[in-house]
Design a binder for this molecule. Structure first.
Ligand code: ATP
Ligand code: MG
Length: 598
């Protein structure tokens, strides 16, 4: 039976560019590679699945993080690939915690990982079933698989020391040497392995190894260790086990028990693929696992300039207090990006744009920011905010408008979405303007405020600068200007006075004082850890600057996580942790223009 149509592949998706993963899946779907596989309702061995009906999930993929930290932008790529492809091709992506390593994992991370995947817009539901799994549930199957290998003469208990095993492995130019334990009988191996399980042997005194070929050109095939002894408490299985499967042994079995069709991972696992296939071939021959087995495909991991994508190195930034935590808005973690103001849509767009490839490369950080702007520009409400305030006084205000008069002004919430309505604010005799908008002696091409020049206060009137007051240290503390009557934006004849400059402002009488956190790149080098360099040495000392800014009053009602375009400054978000109407705090997400490429 073949699947020739693809019901869930909507029009948009068929417009997505092809890539090698899509081609592989499309090939398997049209060839019916996995069409006859059965699904037993839960993960399990061949007997279990054979009791089920033909699998209605056209593909099964998985996202298998180790619960040992918070996910980062690299994982976001992997999530978008795996969950995205599953959705696109009418299948499911299993959410699997790869918790086979007893020492490193912590339940604390599990919730944050689930939350990150859901926030990105994905789930692990299919046919009303939640496909949320943990590898430690499969320990019994893994043990059984090891026994099958021993029984078929494909595994042995090696009691050389760790050093001897290492020394006897050989290297690229030298074949390895067979262990003296390699020729043990099946029965002896079975007994010894049982003793390992029963806790009769101490840590590191023995390992179970696959029996392949000590002269294999791929060193991973020189009798890799598949089980080790570790008297450690596991966060799920407690003290039930004192032997734990090695990752390279566990992972293919996890995939097969879950009936994964395409097991997509990063390129560093390419050298492990021969063992993946070797193992599953033997376990399907041994009838423990259903055939055809899953296949592994590798894509290039994401490397992003100015960003670290190693959980270990990110943890160091926190432990040494260079950032405030996993969700510090400078962190490339999903919680950090979220707090910074990134949207799930922008991250999905980014993942789609960078695509998948078979060779490692660096993606320029600007690619991520461009995706962000492309997502935010059509959505974000606009607001007037003055980041570096300087007072401007309109000296003829009382005379023309009347003492104390406040002139109502309006501006669209979004310039291209009239249905979003208008923002209202007032112009009075005193406004805050940006310090950079005044120059006593104008530089060439400067069209904003300088004595004798006219500019428009955006959404308000045209004014003419008449001078400025300075303090004792010769700093400008107040700019002076005259209002030109009958020039209010949106009124007839308002453009009779031509100006070259338009400046943003906030009325002093109603300005809301807000905390703004201006973030910059965390590292000064595009490849912070290149060549083994300690990334700490390239930290940008100015990655965070906190300022007080003045905003139009409408901004006070914003909810946490609400995103704005502060006109002419860029995109900002109400901080999801610290913001409230009485303590407004905004994070700079990014500027309006690219500041990353030089
Ligand atoms: P780290 O090295 O930061 O600890 P990891 O690879 O050990 O990351 P896992 O939790 O094992 O993290 O990874 C879960 C999945 O995410 C894996 O399939 C892995 O290949 C993928 N992944 C991790 N980092 C990246 C990256 N930079 N780009 C793409 N995919 C990644
Ligand atoms: Mg890992």
């Amino acid at each position: 039976m073949t699947h020739s149509s693809s019901p869930s592949k909507d029009q948009n998706q068929s417009l997505k560019p092809s890539n090698f993963l899509r081609q592989i899946i499309e090939h398997d779907l049209s060839a019916g590679t996995y069409a006859t596989r059965r699904w037993g309702g839960t993960p399990g061995d061949a007997d279990h699945h054979n009791r089920g009906a033909t699998d209605t999930a056209r593909v099964r993929l998985r996202f298998p993080p180790e619960p040992n930290g918070y996910l980062h932008i690299g994982h976001a790529k992997s999530i978008c690939i795996n969950f995205g492809l599953a959705k696109e091709y009418g299948g499911v992506c299993h959410m699997r915690f790869d918790d086979t390593n007893p020492e490193k994992e912590d339940a604390e991370y599990v919730d944050s990982i689930l939350d990150a995947v859901q926030w990105l817009g994905f789930d692990w539901q299919f046919n009303n079933t939640n496909h949320l799994y943990q590898a430690s549930d499969y320990f019994e199957y893994m043990y059984k698989a090891a026994v099958i290998l021993i029984e078929s003469g494909n595994a042995y208990v090696d009691e050389q020391s760790a050093q001897e095993i290492k020394d006897n492995r050989g290297d690229f130019s030298r074949p390895g040497t067979n262990s003296p334990f390699r020729s043990r009988s099946v029965q002896e191996n079975l007994n010894r392995f049982q003793e390992m399980r029963d806790g009769k042997l101490s840590d590191a005194s023995a390992v179970l190894r696959a029996k392949i070929d000590m002269a294999h050109p791929n060193i991973n095939m020189r009798d890799p260790a598949i089980y080790r002894i570790r008297h450690a408490t596991h966060h799920h299985t407690g003290d039930k086990w004192c032997i734990y499967p090695m990752y390279t042994f566990a992972h293919p079995i996890e995939d097969a028990l879950e009936q994964i069709t395409h097991s997509i991972c990063t390129l560093e696992f390419e050298d492990q693929r021969p063992f993946y296939d070797w193992l599953l071939e033997r376990l399907t021959q041994g009838k423990m696992l259903q055939s055809p087995p899953p296949r592994q495909y590798e894509f290039a991991r994401l490397n992003l300039t100015y960003v670290l994508t190693s959980k270990r190195k990110l943890r160091q930034l926190i432990e040494e207090h260079y950032v405030t935590g996993w969700d510090d808005p400078r962190m490339p973690t999903i919680v950090g990006l979220r707090r910074r103001g990134y949207t799930p849509e922008s991250l999905r767009l980014f993942a789609e744009r960078i695509g998948v490839s078979k060779s490692d490369s660096w993606i320029d950080y600007s690619t991520l920011e461009i995706a962000l702007r492309d997502d935010l520009d059509p959505k974000a409400s606009r607001a007037s905010v003055v980041l570096d305030p300087l007072r401007l006084s309109i000296t003829n205000w009382d005379e023309i408008m009347g003492a104390g008069h406040l002139e109502p002004c309006k501006a669209p919430v979004h310039p291209h979405l009239p249905e979003r309505g208008l923002r209202h604010f007032n112009l009075g005799s005193q406004v805050w303007i940006e310090r950079a908008d005044y120059q006593e002696v104008p530089a060439k091409g400067f069209f904003r405020l300088f004595p004798g020049n006219k500019v428009r206060l955006k959404y308000g009137y045209v004014i003419e600068c008449t001078g400025a007051h300075k303090n004792a240290s010769a700093e400008v503390v107040e700019v002076l200007a005259r209002l030109i009557p009958d020039t209010k934006s949106g009124t007839p004849g308002s453009d009779s006075v031509k100006v070259k400059g338009v400046i943003t402002w906030v009325g002093v009488q109603e300005a809301a004082s807000i905390e703004v956190r201006l973030y910059d790149r965390l590292f000064t080098e595009a490849q912070p850890d290149a060549g083994g360099r300690d990334p700490i040495t390239t930290l940008n000392p100015n990655s965070l600057k906190v300022i007080t800014a003045y905003a139009e009053p409408s901004i006070l009602t914003s909810a946490a996580d609400e995103r704005f375009q502060f006109e002419r400054h860029g995109y900002f978000v109400a901080d999801r942790v610290d913001h409230s109407s009485t303590n407004p705090v905004f994070n700079k997400i990014t500027g309006l223009k690219d500041q990353w490429t030089s």
